[in-house]
Write a protein that binds this ligand. Structure first.
Ligand code: PLP
Length: 368
């Protein structure tokens, strides 16, 4: 029998979602490529296949998938710590840096606490904040598509527990200069955790963004967030990490879903650290294509901020955005559109750069 119950008021009684979940914006993923002839430039993925040494480490780990992984991810944390000259106690890993960020926000925020971040930035931010019952505080980007740190400082209240800084910023590619973050930190309460999300740091030119680990050493309320998903090419395996003061990092490890980082992901990340030279070489190729694409865009009359990520940003009104997306779609090029803001194009190999330029050749850029 499956009779539904009714309350005394005659309403059907059934389980309901928390209001924070009902109101949650869904994460809109970049569309998945269908067919061999489609250029997948919507998700900032690495277009290279896994390095052979990384694929071999995964294959080897796959033979032990009947076993739970090392829950403490000790070997991986030690390797990350050695690479960054910190201790394993200061490292917490998670299923992607989005997973780690969820650990950060649920670990620090009670209902009604505030999390300040720039907007537009990474679309996972408001979702993770609202899921925790916390309040997202969006501070508009400045006219150069970068973080407006003065306005962000002004947006901090006694309820602020976390500030998220995305450098280089997804989707605009604009980094935040070291000195500006340092000044921001000097003026900030020391009980606010400042997360520096560096998902694209391997694509940034030296000196364009902060020396985040130096900032962490100077300010213990800094947390550096990084991922193996982008330049290291492990998006499908889910592994990222935070560097934070030992008490915070320990708290993050405690908020993690047990065994959330698989043995395959742990071994792939370790093998990736061993193959750093290969990663750098591949990233250099993406940086060259980024330069070529930006140059071509400017020659066509676009104003593009200098991107330090593996993507470029075109600010457009909604009308132009729609026609751009249609033109890309017709050409089999998948890019990412943001309502009200613009279009983000992932940089990959030279053939995809050529295809992007060909599409844009037929489009009149916005006038400034
Ligand atoms: C892609 C991305 C991440 C990383 O996501 P993973 O969960 O590690 O795959 C984090 N922050 C930003 C800004 C990103 O664009």
């Amino acid at each position: 029998m499956n009779a539904s119950q009714t309350s005394m008021l005659g309403e059907t009684v059934r389980p309901s979602l928390r209001s924070a979940v009902v109101g949650l914006p869904g994460y809109v993923p970049g569309r998945r490529a269908q067919g061999a002839d489609v250029a997948a430039l919507a998700s900032n993925e690495n277009h290279h296949e896994p390095l052979p040494s990384v694929a071999a480490a995964v294959a080897e780990a796959a033979g032990r998938m009947n076993r739970y992984p090392d829950m403490g991810a000790v070997e991986l944390r030690e390797r990350i710590a050695a690479q960054l000259s910190v201790t394993a106690e200061e490292v917490a890993v998670g299923p992607g840096s989005v997973g780690v960020l969820q650990q950060i926000i649920t670990g620090l925020c009670d209902a009604g606490d505030e999390v300040v971040f720039a907007w537009r930035s990474f679309e996972a931010y408001p979702i993770l904040v609202e899921l925790a019952g916390a309040v997202p505080v969006r501070v508009p980007l400045d006219a150069e598509e970068g973080h407006d740190l003065d306005s962000m400082a002004a947006a901090v209240t006694e309820r602020t527990r976390v500030v998220l800084l995305c450098t280089p910023n997804n989707p605009t590619g604009v980094p935040i200069a070291h000195e500006r973050i340092e000044a921001f930190l000097r003026g900030l309460r020391r009980d606010v955790l400042v997360v520096i999300d560096e998902a694209y740091v391997e694509y940034a030119e030296d000196g364009s963004g902060p020396d985040s680990l130096a900032l962490y050493r100077e300010f213990p309320n800094v947390c550096v967030l990084r991922t193996f998903s982008k330049a290291y090419g492990l998006a499908g395996l889910r592994v990222g990490y935070a560097v934070a003061s030992p008490d915070i990092a320990e708290g993050l490890r405690r908020t993690a879903i047990p065994f959330g980082v698989t043995a395959l992901a742990q071994q792939a990340a370790i093998a990736s650290l061993d193959a750093e030279a290969g990663m750098r070489e591949r990233s250099a190729g993406v940086k060259r294509e980024r330069g070529r694409l930006q140059e071509a865009l400017r020659a066509l009359g676009w104003t593009v901020p200098e991107s330090q990520g593996n993507f470029v940003w075109l600010r457009t009104g909604d009308e132009l955005r729609t026609s751009l997306l249609e033109a890309f779609e017709a050409a089999g090029v998948m890019v990412r559109g943001y309502a009200g803001d613009g279009v983000r194009i992932t940089v990959a190999d030279s053939a995809s750069t050529d295809r992007v330029i060909r599409v844009l050749n037929g489009i009149t850029p916005p006038r400034h």
